[in-house]
Design a protein around this ligand. Structure first.
Ligand SMILES: Cc1cc2nc3c(=O)[nH]c(=O)nc-3n(C[C@H](O)[C@H](O)[C@H](O)COP(=O)(O)OP(=O)(O)OC[C@H]3O[C@@H](n4cnc5c(N)ncnc54)[C@H](O)[C@@H]3O)c2cc1C
Ligand code: FES
Length: 276
């Protein structure tokens, strides 16, 4: 365990991009030398807003693949995430990590189905970046993105660029019809019913609200995709990030250490127990 896991390192907000009314993407650069520790899609950092508190936030892009530049997308839902969301360019936040296991894209030669709901697109964005960087390793790649309304869509320009590609099938769907919207309407589960799936050759990656992941996984199971080939990213309250405090316990798992990405064969029985 290195000091970057226990002691926050100062990172300066280098740039901010307002994605929606309550969500911002920040690029952070370290104020001191940092080790060349790899940072992988699906991993998270603990971000500390000075004097307010510390929360888990996934990496939403990995421009260098290490701690040298971090990109996070933060939705303001409470005291800490609001303070991080509001941190201006030039100010310094504390960072610990990286923590947890990322998405498993092995073996290659398979179809990928990526399903994101709301801010759940943030931890999946770097996966799509790495898939595009080695596009030949995969067969058909389908990305389904759900948002409550057009004003809640994250990474709009990037989504448009993905939609323009011939080697990606991208469906963007909003929950309710809105005037002027010409794209799909309905939940991501409806899109999952429509797409072509070769169940024996599909790896599925799901991130979003827990009910969305459970219902999406159910559709994939019904379509024959084994639970071991479906990965979900789970959220629980994180405090230490290093498997010591027990706050992130889910059954026998400590999600900071054994997750946050877990295969659905492992997750499903635990998510069925309401108290967990
Ligand atoms: C591994 C992991 C990765 C995450 N990645 C991101 C990310 O990339 N971007 C992002 O915006 N958020 C992410 N989150 C969620 C983020 O950590 C919470 O939104 C944050 O902890 C809320 O803290 P707060 O003090 O701002 O709000 P609080 O006052 O603690 O909570 C405000 C509201 O948010 C709900 N809430 C609190 N914690 C969580 C949680 N962990 N998950 C869901 N709802 C919660 C509460 O029930 C309450 O309704 C991630 C969480 C985990 C565990
Ligand atoms: S956050 Fe402390 S054990 Fe996981």
């Amino acid at each position: 365990m290195s000091t970057t896991h226990m002691l926050p390192t100062g990172y300066r907000v280098h740039s901010r991009a307002q994605e929606t009314a309550d969500t911002v993407t920040v690029t952070l650069t370290p104020t001191t030398a940092v080790p060349k520790t790899p940072v992988l899609p699906g991993q998270f950092m603990m971000l500390y807003a000075h004097g307010v508190g510390e929360v888990a936030i996934s990496v939403s892009d990995a421009p260098r693949g290490d701690l040298g530049v971090l990109v996070h997308t933060v939705r303001s839902v409470g005291a800490v995430s609001r303070a991080l969301h509001d941190t201006p360019v030039g100010a310094v936040v504390g960072v610990r990590g990286p923590f947890g296991h990322g998405w498993n894209l092995y073996p290659g030669g398979r179809d990928l189905v990526v399903v994101a709901g709301g801010v759940g697109l943030a931890p999946l964005r770097p996966v799509i970046g790495s898939v595009l960087a080695e596009r030949d390793r995969f067969r058909r790649v389908t990305v389904i993105v759900g948002a409550r309304s057009p004003s809640n869509i994250l990474f709009g320009a990037e989504l448009a660029a993905w939609q323009a590609r011939e080697d990606l099938d991208v469906e963007l769907t909003i929950d309710q019809p809105v005037s002027g919207w010409t794209g799909a309407v309905g939940f991501v589960t409806e899109s999952l019913h429509r797409i072509n799936i070769d169940p024996a050759r599909t790896t599925a990656l799901l991130c979003g609200p827990e009910p969305m992941m459970r219902f999406s996984a159910r559709v994939l199971l019904d379509r024959g995709v084994p639970a071991t080939d479906i990965q979900v990213s789970l959220e629980r309250n994180m405090q230490c990030g290093v498997g010591v405090c027990g706050h992130c316990q889910l059954g026998e798992l400590l999600l900071c250490r054994d997750g946050p990405v877990v295969d659905f064969a492992t997750a499903e029985p635990l998510l069925r127990v309401p108290e967990l």
